[in-house]
Ligand binder design. Structure first.
Ligand SMILES: [Zn+2]
Length: 621
């Protein structure tokens, strides 16, 4: 979400986690590939062969009203051999075990109209006993009531579902099987998905199981339009209808048109024929979350977050994933295994460096200016300054167990900063002739294009190569596998930047304008002024220090009145919460860990070239 994935968790200076989810499986990380950790009878079991797989999903008004999707899977068998069909335990990109079989009910199996015997082999594997060769059909109901971009959710006029939730695969057999998907719904409803159309209405095809389940589906009433960007078709699907309309929609399209070509430039190609941005806005959801796929992504955002400046960053992050992690992927994640955790030490690269490129895409595409890029970077430095020392490799591994020590999603901002440092190191060593872009493109060509994942030696070899042969062992030992603080003073100086202390009083909220124009709290930074005063997500901000937040000059007036006042000075904060208007008693606080980044006035000519190279995506000849 950019925030898990997936989720992109970084919002302004604070760490944003998605709505809570508990994980019931504790794994031994030391031996991630051993099947023994999956204490199930299906280990090593092999299904009788099945062919001509066809999945039918019924998502009509009756199904949506019941919040259930009906799923029928049919296939051919060659004899009466025992068929084992399994559902995944997780959705790639959402690194946690969920066990989608939990939402299944009403399982039944038939052949030629007669019921077949079946039972469970383990909690996500069904054992079906066909009577003879021929067509077999199995059906179940799936409770689609969880608002999560790895899962399935319905409203009376809408459904989101993920193939990992609904589409069974034959246990122990190759995932390289072709299938057909048919969506049954009402005439007035739309379908949006990255799945390839088979030509018939609402009928799609996939050439293998990975592609099948990597394409979430929207069904129902939502807004859908498209544009040509970088020579390819990009679609924008937003639910509920009207949630992103008029100027807001024009703005979103403008942002997509700015960031996508920049990302294409890094790799030299758009790897998809079409790309679908799928977004749900719902007031019950806290914060923002995105989940990446090879030719689409699903964002879930709180209604109050629509129009937030964080949204283009989320889009840029998730779309960059269509190269980095969906195609260019750690070898640990190739191929995806759906029945068990797949821990890797590389999420700092797959998520953190993706987040660095989200910032770069916004900067290079002109969604933010130089000051905006510096602010995004400084916020990440400030965020890591408040986190316990941790190694990026460890945090990457740990995500599966949702550690409680504050590092759960810290590989996003810290991995992003590691990306910036690598960019600076490479540009410095190569006289700005090569960059992190060079590494990303080389890895894409030499691993993904060769149908394999990247290894430790691939990654560090590419970095060292770009840096003119400079060994990277010490860098890796200190900053990736180690817990050393990052050397910002020297590193930023090399890139013509510097850290300057920030003396601005901080309130510590992120806000967005809701459709009525009210300034609504989307996020509250833990420990900051607003949080200590009792401001809550969802509050409408009225005034801070008696200055109306609706005042166009709020920031300037606030600084004029409060900058320089001692910490702890009274700071009244007025919010509307429901029908009530509440005055909260805040006290002035200064950010001590969130410095600013500025251009270094004493920068050398080379440092200026490096800085401009990073900001503009250019190299020297
Ligand atoms: Zn991500």
């Amino acid at each position: 979400m950019s925030a898990n994935t997936r989720l992109l968790v970084v919002l302004g200076p604070s760490l944003r986690s998605r709505a809570g989810r508990t994980t019931a499986i504790v794994l031994a990380l030391a031996a991630p590939t051993l099947g023994a950790q999956r204490a199930t009878a299906a280990e090593g079991a092999i299904s009788a062969p099945v062919t001509a797989m066809r999945y039918e999903v019924t998502a009509d008004k009756a199904a949506l009203a019941a919040r259930r999707l009906s799923v029928t899977t049919s296939f051919d068998v060659v004899d009466g051999g025992v068929v084992l069909l399994s559902l995944p335990a997780w959705t790639p990109g959402a690194y946690e075990i969920t066990n989608f079989a939990k939402w299944v009910s009403g399982f039944r199996a038939t052949q030629d109209g007669a019921a077949l015997r079946w039972d469970k082999l383990d909690y996500d594997t069904w054992r079906i006993r066909p009577a003879r060769a021929g067509r077999v059909s199995v059906s179940f109901e799936y409770a689609a009531d969880t608002l999560d971009n790895a899962m399935s959710w319905t409203r009376p006029d809408f459904a989101l579902f993920n193939g990992t939730n609904l589409f069974m695969y034959p246990e122990g057999r190759s995932t390289e099987f072709a299938s057909t998907v048919v969506i049954r719904t009402d005439a007035g409803f739309l379908v949006a998905t990255g799945l390839t159309s088979s030509g018939a209405a609402r009928t799609y095809k996939a050439s293998n199981y990975h592609d099948l389940v990597d394409n979430p589906v929207f069904v129902g009433r939502f807004d859908l339009d498209s544009a040509s960007i970088a020579g390819k078709t990009v679609r924008y699907a937003t639910y509920p209808a009207g949630s992103v309309a008029k100027e807001a929609r024009a703005t979103a399209w403008e942002q997509l048109k700015r960031v996508i070509p920049v990302e294409v430039n890094v790799f030299g190609e758009a790897p998809w024929d079409s790309y679908t941005v799928m977004q749900i806005a719902d007031s019950s959801y806290q914060g923002f979350s995105g989940l990446e796929h090879a030719s689409s992504h699903v964002d879930i955002v709180t209604t109050q977050g629509l129009g937030s400046e964080f949204l283009p960053s989320l889009y840029a992050h998730e779309i960059f994933h269509s190269w980095n992690v969906k195609r260019l992927r750690p070898a640990d994640l190739v191929p995806y295994r759906y029945d068990r955790p797949q821990p890797t030490t590389w999420l700092w690269m797959s998520e953190g460096i993706t987040d660095y490129y989200a910032d770069l895409a916004e900067m290079r595409g002109g969604v933010v200016d130089e000051a905006g890029f510096f602010a995004l970077t400084a916020a990440k430095i400030g965020e890591i300054a408040t986190t316990i020392p941790f190694a990026l490799e460890d945090a990457s591994l740990n995500t599966w167990i949702h550690p409680r020590d504050g590092t759960e999603y810290s590989y996003y901002p810290k991995g992003s900063l590691a990306g910036l440092m690598l960019d600076i190191v490479i540009r410095d060593a190569s006289e700005n002739r090569r960059s992190l872009d060079t590494v990303m493109r080389e890895l894409y060509e030499t691993t993904y294009k060769k149908s394999r994942g990247f290894t430790h030696d691939d990654f560090w070899g590419a970095v060292s190569h770009a840096a003119g042969g400079q060994p990277m062992d010490e860098f890796e030992r200190k900053y990736i596998d180690g817990r050393d603080p990052y050397p910002w003073q020297s590193m930023l100086k090399t890139a013509g930047m510097r850290l300057v202390p920030d003396s601005t009083p901080r309130i510590g909220v992120t806000t967005g304008a809701d459709p009525s124009g009210a300034v609504r709290v989307v996020d509250v930074d833990a420990g900051a002024t607003a949080a200590r005063a009792g401001v809550k997500v969802g509050d409408e901000m009225v005034s801070v220090g008696e200055i109306p937040v609706s005042d166009a000059d709020f920031g300037a007036k606030f600084r004029l009145r409060y900058a320089g006042r001692p910490s702890g000075s009274p700071l009244p904060i007025v919010v509307k919460r429901g029908a009530q208007t509440i005055t909260l008693r805040g006290s002035l606080a200064y950010a001590t860990v969130a410095p600013r980044i500025a251009e270094d006035p004493a920068a050398s000519a080379k440092a200026i070239r490096i800085r401009n190279g990073i900001l503009r995506g250019t190299l020297d000849k």
